[in-house]
Design a protein around this ligand. Structure first.
Ligand SMILES: NC(=O)c1ccc[n+]([C@@H]2O[C@H](COP(=O)([O-])OP(=O)(O)OC[C@H]3O[C@@H](n4cnc5c(N)ncnc54)[C@H](OP(=O)(O)O)[C@@H]3O)[C@@H](O)[C@H]2O)c1
Length: 262
């Protein structure tokens, strides 16, 4: 019989997953679902949320869904407040995010796109994490995981809003982690490279270095439950981050300008 990974013992109580109707959020929800876990699944698409909820209930979890657009951060915080008042969260995985890029032929992204990505990828998850961290500190325990991207370490000219908003989130997550240290609360930043659908251990190669979402989900849950500061997956993106930092700027600029949309 296959033994359970040791981090699974840390999974219990009330768990929030935003972006649960998407690829990674679904993978995470299905892995966490079990008897004794009460899941709150957030997303916009109620049909896909219902599908995921049904599968999680079949695995023994209690599930509620919340179809809500978090690009309105005030609505997101109100909903979070109501849910946390009713049944406090012990674990929150803030996964929802948007990955838009430059339109064909455009030189820069329009302001509407910049605002949409900033609200969804930075403002809402940062405000939600802050809200939850404050309450978790009062309760003396809690785990928060925020999904950024490996791209946050690079100034991508064709995805300035994406890399910029996620870079903001990365800095925020690190600062929040330090602010709540020694309180029983942990904040983990997840910085994945490309991932897509595909079975466990499959390397899916439609985009550079793309791995299966199941691999990211497995490692993410373990990192958050253990309270690690950051998970970079695959690890080779750490080397790329240092390469970007250490390269002389003219050389780095030339390299970044040579990148094309995958
Ligand atoms: N896929 C990759 O290669 C990759 C690489 C690095 C980082 N990431 C990050 O990983 C996270 C998950 O990616 P994924 O590939 O699983 O994405 P996905 O399949 O497109 O799912 C995105 C999820 O976020 C939700 N969402 C998007 N905008 C929202 C909004 N305004 N309000 C509420 N929910 C919203 C979506 O809800 P609906 O579908 O219901 O609208 C969906 O559940 C994202 O933060 C992404 O930036 C992805």
């Amino acid at each position: 019989m296959k033994s359970e990974p040791d981090w699974q013992h840390g999974l219990a109580g009330r768990v929030l997953v935003t972006g649960a109707s998407g690829l990674l959020g679904r993978e995470l929800s299905l892995r966490i679902a079990r008897p004794g876990v009460r899941l709150s699944l957030w997303g916009r698409n109620p049909f896909r949320l219902t599908e995921v909820a049904t599968q999680c209930r079949e695995a023994g979890a209690e599930v509620e869904i919340c179809a809500l657009d978090i690009s309105n951060p005030h609505a997101a915080i109100s909903a979070l407040c109501v849910q946390d008042d009713a049944d406090p969260f012990s674990l929150a995985l803030l996964v929802a995010g948007l990955g838009d890029t430059l339109s064909p032929g455009a030189v820069v992204e329009g302001p509407a796109q910049v605002i949409r990505l900033a609200q969804t990828n930075f403002v809402a998850p940062a405000a939600m994490a802050s809200f939850l961290a404050e309450r978790m500190v009062q309760r003396g325990k809690g785990r928060i995981g925020l999904v950024g991207t490996a791209a946050a370490a690079h100034s991508l000219p064709f995805a300035a809003s994406y890399s910029g908003s996620k870079a903001g989130l990365a800095r925020f997550a690190d600062a929040l982690r330090l602010a709540v240290r020694n309180s029983g609360v942990s904040v983990t930043l997840i910085s994945p490279g490309f991932f897509g659908p595909g079975g466990q251990d499959d390397e899916v190669r439609s985009r550079p270095g793309e791995i299966a979402a199941s691999v990211v989900a497995e490692q993410m849950i373990a990192a958050v439950v253990r309270g690690k500061p950051e998970l970079v997956v695959p690890r080779r993106f750490l080397a790329l981050r240092w390469f970007d930092r250490l390269l002389p700027r003219p050389l780095r600029d030339r390299l970044l300008l040579s990148l094309r949309l995958p």
